[in-house]
Design a protein around this ligand. Sequence first.
Ligand SMILES: C=C1C[C@]23C[C@@]1(O)CC[C@H]2[C@@]12CC[C@H](O)[C@@](C)(C(=O)O1)[C@H]2[C@@H]3C(=O)O
Ligand SMILES: O=C(O)CCC(=O)C(=O)O
Ligand SMILES: [Fe+2]
Length: 358
Amino acid sequence: MPALFADGATSDPPLADSYRALLRSGGIAHPPEESLSPVLERDLPMIDIECLITTGGEGGASSMRKKKACADAMARAASEWGFFQVTNHGVGKELLEEMRKEQARLFRLPFETKRKAGLLNGSYRWGNPTATSLRQLSWSEAFHVPLASISGRDCDYGKLSSLRGVMQEVADAMSRVADAVAGALAEKLGQEAGSALFPAGCDGTTCFLRLNRYPACPFAPDTFGLVPHTDSDFLTILCQDQVGGLQLMKDSRWVAVKPHPDALIVNIGDLFQAWSNNRYKSVEHKVVANAKAERFSVAYFLCPSYDAPVGTCGEPSPYRSFTFGEYRRKVQDDVKRTGKKIGLPNFLKHPPIVDGLK
Ligand SMILES: C=C1C[C@]23C[C@@]1(O)CC[C@H]2[C@@]12CC[C@H](O)[C@@](C)(C(=O)O1)[C@H]2[C@@H]3C(=O)O
Ligand SMILES: O=C(O)CCC(=O)C(=O)O
Ligand SMILES: [Fe+2]
């Protein structure tokens, strides 16, 4: 729940003001064709990744067989869904509960404190500053924290002394999952095991931890908690709470992702789709707002350094060579210019001919 302070200040960002301003400017929440009929709730492919995470123990043929079966299942899900969920991932339940408590305390700070320059490296964002219609408004707030800064002295945690340690532990644990999953998926496409080539230029300093909060929304379910998007990274490891609301696009229909208390969600990002020559899919997803309950999630973004070429699993690739820095700048330019992210189509060697005559 939002906090209210004696001086009338609140912890909630002024999302309702944004909503009313966009409503006045005539933006509709949903185009007529996007019906609000209830979507199917599906169980994502569930994959036990203990064999990838636990080191040592039994070696030999049986362990190799388990790892191959695990990699096959992940590669199939990464191609068919772009999403899957993993169990026995090694990220402790107690640690994730600690993270949730810290997140609730962090987001209950006064709105003006959260947007203060130094807090968490100035990584606070809310709503969608470039929104020009309700369809671009995200009823949420987030801290998109560069891992390089979590342990840095310039990262101000205010009075939240325990937040730094918990975030560092969560980031470390999720990075182990991301590296193991990304390495196994890359190996399936012929990348030598453990090769330094993949993921290109990713290390603990180039990744991000994103703390999301979705306040209860009086305009639900028309309003997005987070607008439809694909992730601009190699791979995302997501821990969602049990409130629900995440949906992904499957066979041109929105599908609701059923929350599972012990599973983490893994989704392929744009850069992995490009690296895999479109074998793995970076799939559009969104969060629908909830009228009654606030919702929290934590996402770990496996990202390369800005100057490392994203690379490819093998030529011929449909994409020209590009760096993550180029990609981020293009996304931000497109969002500023058109209000929406275009992403990978900008980097095709042979862009589709748009028939201007239609
Ligand atoms: C993974 C991400 C991509 C995104 C920033 C985010 O961390 C989560 C929201 C995404 C989104 C959605 C709306 C816009 O398309 C976008 C540019 C934005 O501002 O937030 C994208 C971001 C992105 O693609 O970089
Ligand atoms: O909160 C969620 O379930 C999804 C968040 C997300 O898609 C993101 O942070 O990119
Ligand atoms: Fe996302």
